[in-house]
Design a protein around this ligand. Structure first.
Ligand code: URA
Length: 263
């Protein structure tokens, strides 16, 4: 931990939800905040949230904003931290430290499902770096009938107007007779109507509108799109649309196995 990990005590307390900036300043002045067993006197003093023990009214204050959240993104919100006109995924997070978070990659406004929100830039970079080819899996409802030949084309790569063909992608048509995917709910599977089919697609790139463009290149429309997995991490099927929760330690490890090896 270096100097760059230091933050102002009052800011830290406010971000972790102890109170407003004014509240926590008052608490500090009233002697209700301890840092490493000593009474803190000044809000502008620096602390290291990982190393220092901070107590407010005798209770340990930990950095929640170090958590990575799993969000089941609903349609209609944009994957950005700020937007002039639209609701963002960050607006869905009812935590005082939400401002520290940013989405790991993007889903289209009308795409639903697994989106990670984190304040951990290094982790985000590892997951998004093109060289890593982290697999992203989607459930989609597309126009037309199941077609094994299309699965073959996806495997070989598709021309979508980029310099190169897409990397090999997995495409599986769901028949309804076999178990589809543990991250899917019965409501998802019921979305498939007349003249449509349900598919599971896996890609290892993240080109703009990639899945829609891949189906578009085959003359099909994507009517519904939901991300259900990223790397070794699956969307929790018990997490309702629009809700979020922190990743468990187990999920954190599954997501970034390389960090394990480092430590
Ligand atoms: N592909 C798309 O077309 N849209 C998304 O949101 C994600 C992948």
């Amino acid at each position: 931990m270096g100097m760059k990990d230091q933050v102002r005590l009052d800011r830290f307390l406010a971000e972790e939800g102890i109170g407003s900036r004014a509240d926590v300043k008052k608490m500090i002045r009233a002697g209700r905040v301890m840092v490493n067993r000593e009474r803190a006197r000044q809000g502008d003093r620096k602390i290291d949230p990982e190393e220092d023990e901070v107590l407010a009214d005798g209770k340990r204050v930990r950095r929640n904003s170090a958590l990575t959240l799993m969000l089941n993104k609903p349609a209609g919100v944009v994957s950005a931290t700020k937007d002039e006109n639209e609701r963002t995924v960050i607006d869905l997070i009812g935590e005082p430290w939400a401002k520290r978070l940013f989405p790991v990659g993007r889903l289209d406004k009308d795409t639903e499902g697994l989106l990670l929100l984190t304040a951990d830039g290094a982790m985000s970079h590892r997951l998004l770096s093109p060289g890593k080819h982290v697999e992203k899996t989607y459930f989609a409802v597309v126009s037309g009938a199941p077609d094994p030949e299309l699965a073959e084309r996806f495997r070989e790569g598709i021309e979508i107007g980029e310099k190169r063909k897409t990397l090999p992608a997995g495409l599986r048509f769901l028949s309804g007779n076999e178990p589809a995917d543990e991250a899917l709910t019965p409501e998802d599977l019921a979305r498939c109507g007349e003249g449509e089919c349900c598919v599971i697609v896996s890609i290892t790139e993240g080109k703009y509108h990639q899945i829609k463009r891949m189906f578009g290149a085959a003359g099909r429309e994507v009517h519904y799109l939901k991300r259900i997995a990223m790397g070794g991490l699956r969307l929790d099927p018990a997490l309702p649309s629009g809700r979020y929760r922190p990743l468990t330690d187990e999920e954190q490890k599954r997501l970034c196995p390389e960090t394990d090896a480092d430590s």
